[in-house]
Structures are given as structure tokens and as C-alpha cells.
Design a protein around this ligand. Structure first.
Ligand SMILES: [Ca+2]
Length: 503
């Protein structure tokens, strides 16, 4: 059972910690070495600042690694150089995310007795196949790497080529820790094989989560001054009908050309590439595991329910107040002429690591994409593709050190880097806004990878594109007919995957 450190546990922990700090200060006892995380006492000190700092540090689950290792190795990380958000290394600049990564590298390096060497090569959506080719060539030339850190579709392709170790063969890799998303187990592990990982270790994964961002002032002006979207999420009322019902008629044709375009006013805009977020958001992945360890087209994907969700989304996209488009969909949100916008949440910070003029300059909330109905158990989070997935090179001569590096980096990021990302995204400290932090936790814990998406190239991208493309077309009711036409190509892709994941 994964240990989630959620808000209420955290508040309880803060109270417990502060109380025990006072108690320790009074009695002069020290019990931090044997205490559980929830009751762990900060160091004995009358200094309230120190007590508070320690309290914050111990809000988060600890790792099971040793305090100190002596690998005495250089760990070479082959990485893509066209990642967009600060992630792998940074100078200490005063930017809280950059500083947290700078200190992460020092801390993990000291703890393990390793130094990091980063080798960079273009590896984005247009380059990742060449990036993999270079990794293969360098491997043959004995100029080898220890860790691969590339565009999300790279590590899966490398797994098919047999290039990655099975992380579950290593005891130090603890997939049940909260810095590894639950979906690494439920969606990416087949027959006890897990060939790659991501999670808190990749700031890009956090930034590429899909959510609905909303303009808090416009929401109050046009929709409600009482109930917020965050309230509706918490009350399990955040469904497609309720959401679209609020926004579907809010439209002004600002340039009076009779067409929906980026200059108009909308209730909701959506980045059309990521409309699959509504499929994932209702807990539907394209592939699933059978009890015999085989992969297959998921029953939920090939179902009337999925067709209904697709058709409902398609019908709402046709409404005046809803605008689905690629980058043009972002303009109204930045210009404050749309109330809600569904996209990767990095938009809050701004495109391209904040260097763009396009960024959110107003009070903005973030909520998950609404579920189809409130019988669906939990909110699930789709990811845009340009995030990093890590793998360990099977021919590395430092396998134990490399896998330990991933675990130590994940753990350290969870404690120090993710809270910095949260603070920049939400413009508030994690501890200071319970609702916003709960939304961020729901997004992060609900992350879904869907093999059909990660391995999209094996399926002619049908598994990733069928839902969004159908919903955003006049044939939005034809999901099952379209899926039927693609069954052969999907089953062939599954055969390829089973060569790697079979028993
Ligand atoms: Ca117009």
C-alpha cells in the first residue's frame, strides 16, 4: 500500500511536531532517531524557526536508503537537451526551483559518494529516435552511460530494444514510495517488469500534468461568488455536465466574424492535443493487463461508456462558450478572455521556462479535469508528452549506484524540489493554502501513463490519438466505429510489447 502524505495527515503532523517540540524543549529529551515520521520530534531547541523548519522537513515520508554510501563513481546521465523546465542541474541563482535542484545534486552526490556528468543531445519529439540511436552507438563504442533521461517516449522504445534494466530487480528501488506515482505499478509494471520511471524526480512531469486552470476573478464575475471549482472537486461534484453546464453559453464574438477564434471571449478553452485528458480523467486507459499477465485493449476503452464520454465532450466542444484548438486556445486565457483553460499546468509559469511573454499574471486556481460522473472513483491526470522518463542502461558497469541515484534523487526531489515547483505554480507555499495543496496532491497522485500512449509509436499513435481526434471532429459519436477499424494495428503493437513484457 502506497503511503500518501496528504493534507490532513500533514496538518496533524505539524500540530504533533510543534507540540512535541515544546515538550522536548521542556524535558530535554531527544527521540528523533526512533520516532515514526508522523510523531517525529524536531531537534531540541528553543528556537521556533528551527522547530518550524524541521517540522516542514518531516512532513514527508522518509526513504529507506542508508544515510551514506561510498560508491566513489561518476554517474553519467545521457539526457535530452531540449527539455523546457529547469530540471537536471542549475546554478544557485535565487530562483527557488533552480536553487532546490542545485542543492539536490550536491546533497545526493554527497550522500552516495558520486559525481554527476551530464551528456546532452537533442531528443524532443522530432529528435528522440536519433537520440536513442546515439545511445545505441555510444554503447557499442564502449563510451557508455549509466542513466538515460529523455523525452517520455524514449525509454519505452529503449525497453523494446532491451536497453534498460528492470528496476524491480534492485532492492534499493522502492516503487511504493510516494515519489513514484502509483501508476508506475498499476500501468507500467507487467509481469514484475518495470523498465523506466518518472515522478517527483522529473520537474517536467509535474509541469506537464493536465488540469483546468481558472481565472479566479472572472470566475467570481461570471459564474459564482460562493462555490469554487476546488470546493466542487473536494465534494465529488466536479463532473463534465456540471462543469460544461457552467461555461457552455458564455461567449462573446469579439471580432464579430461569426467564428470562434482566439480574440473572442469563452467560458472555457482547451488545448486540443490533450483532449485525451477526459478519457484518462475518467480512469480509462487504452490498454490493460489481463490476469494471465498479457496486455490487451482495455474493456473500458472499448466500451459504450468511453464512446459516451467522447460524444459528450464532442457535443460540448460544439457549444459557443467552449473553444478547443492547439496553441490558439491559450491566447484567450492569457488575455483574460476565457475563464477556464485546460492544458499542461506549466502555462502558469509561462511557456519555455518563463521566458515567454505568455504567462499567467492574474489570480489563478488549478483543478483536475472533471470526471464523466461522480460514480468514477478518483480524479486521474493525463500528461503532455514533453516530460522526462528515466531508465538505467543495462550495460552500465555501475548498476547499483545508478539505481540508487534514481531512488535518492526521487526522494530528495519529493522533499525539496516538488514543494518549490508547487510554490511557483500556485504562488503560495505548500503549507499555506490547504485547498490548493490538496488540488496539487490530487493531480500528482492521479498521474496516469497509459502504455498505449507511452508506446504510441508501436500503435501508429491510434491509442493516444483516437479519443482526442474523434471528440474534436464532427464525427464525435463514432468512437467505437473508429476503434473497430484500428483493432488490427493495436493488436500487432501489443504483440511487439509482449516480446519484452511476456513471462
Ligand atoms: Ca470571432
Amino acid at each position: 500500500m502506497k503511503k500518501h502524505v496528504r493534507l490532513f495527515a500533514m496538518i496533524l503532523a505539524i500540530i504533533t511536531l510543534l507540540l512535541s517540540a515544546v515538550s522536548c524543549a521542556e524535558t530535554g529529551t531527544e527521540n528523533e532517531t526512533t520516532a515514526t515520521p508522523e510523531t517525529q520530534a524536531p531537534s531540541v531547541s528553543g528556537d521556533s524557526t528551527e522547530a518550524e523548519t524541521t517540522a516542514e522537513e518531516t512532513l514527508f515520508a522518509p526513504d529507506d536508503l542508508k544515510e551514506k554510501y561510498e560508491f566513489n563513481e561518476t554517474i553519467t546521465i545521457f539526457m535530452w537537451d531540449d527539455y523546457r523546465m529547469t530540471e537536471f542541474y542549475a546554478e544557485e541563482t535565487g530562483d527557488i526551483i533552480a536553487d532546490s535542484i542545485y542543492h539536490r545534486n550536491i546533497k545526493v552526490g554527497d550522500r552516495l559518494g558520486v559525481t554527476f556528468e551530464f551528456v546532452e543531445e537533442p531528443g524532443d519529439s522530432g529528435d528522440y529516435k536519433d537520440w536513442i540511436k546515439k545511445a545505441e552507438n555510444d554503447r557499442a563504442a564502449d563510451n557508455d552511460y549509466d542513466i538515460y533521461a529523455g523525452y517520455s517516449r524514449s525509454a519505452p522504445l529503449m525497453a523494446i530494444k532491451g536497453m534498460n534494466v528492470n528496476l524491480l530487480d534492485y532492492e534499493v528501488f522502492n516503487v511504493d514510495k510516494p515519489w513514484w506515482p502509483e501508476a508506475l505499478t498499476s500501468e507500467c509494471t507487467v509481469n514484475d517488469k518495470l523498465y523506466f520511471c518518472t515522478g517527483d524526480i522529473a520537474t517536467s512531469m509535474l509541469w506537464y500534468m493536465n488540469g483546468f486552470m481558472y481565472n479566479k476573478d472572472l470566475y467570481k464575475d461570471y459564474i459564482s461568488t460562493e462555490k469554487t471549482p476546488m470546493d466542487m472537486v473536494i465534494n465529488n461534484e466536479w463532473t463534465m455536465d456540471i462543469f460544461f453546464g457552467m461555461v457552455k453559453d458564455l461567449y462573446v464574438d469579439n471580432n464579430q466574424d461569426g467564428l470562434k477564434d482566439k480574440t473572442d471571449f469563452f467560458g472555457a478553452t482547451m488545448y486540443s492535443t490533450d483532449l485525451g485528458a477526459f478519457q484518462i480523467g475518467s480512469g480509462i486507459t487504452s490498454l490493460e493487463k489481463g490476469e494471465d499477465g498479457s496486455l490487451r485493449i482495455s474493456e473500458k476503452w472499448n466500451s459504450q461508456l468511453c464512446a459516451d464520454i467522447c460524444a459528450l465532450l464532442g457535443s460540448y466542444i460544439q457549444q459557443p462558450g467552449v473553444y478547443a484548438a492547439t496553441s490558439a486556445s491559450r491566447t484567450p486565457f492569457f488575455n483574460q478572455t476565457s475563464i477556464f483553460h485546460m492544458d499542461r499546468i506549466f502555462l502558469i509559469k509561462g511557456v519555455d521556462n518563463g521566458n515567454s511573454e505568455d504567462k499567467v499574471t492574474f489570480a489563478c486556481g488549478v483543478v483536475p479535469v472533471p470526471k464523466y460522473d461522480n460514480t468514477i472513483e478518483k480524479y486521474r491526470t493525463n500528461l503532455g508528452n514533453p516530460y522526462t522518463i528515466y531508465a538505467v542502461n543495462a550495460t552500465s558497469k555501475k548498476l547499483e549506484a545508478a539505481v540508487t541515484t534514481l531512488e535518492a534523487m526521487g526522494s530528495e526531489n519529493y522533499r525539496s524540489v516538488t514543494p518549490a515547483v508547487f510554490e511557483v505554480a500556485m504562488k503560495v507555499r505548500y503549507q499555506d493554502d490547504p485547498q490548493a495543496s490538496e488540488m496539487f496532491d490530487i493531480l500528482k497522485e492521479g498521474v496516469s501513463f497509459d502504455f498505449g500512449k507511452l508506446y504510441g509509436t508501436s500503435f501508429g499513435d491510434v491509442t493516444s490519438n483516437l479519443f482526442p481526434n474523434t471528440a474534436n471532429s464532427p464525427n464525435y459519436s463514432a468512437f467505437l466505429t473508429q476503434l473497430k477499424k484500428s483493432e488490427r494495428i493495436i493488436n500487432k503493437g501489443i504483440d511487439d510489447l509482449m516480446k519484452v513484457y511476456g513471462k
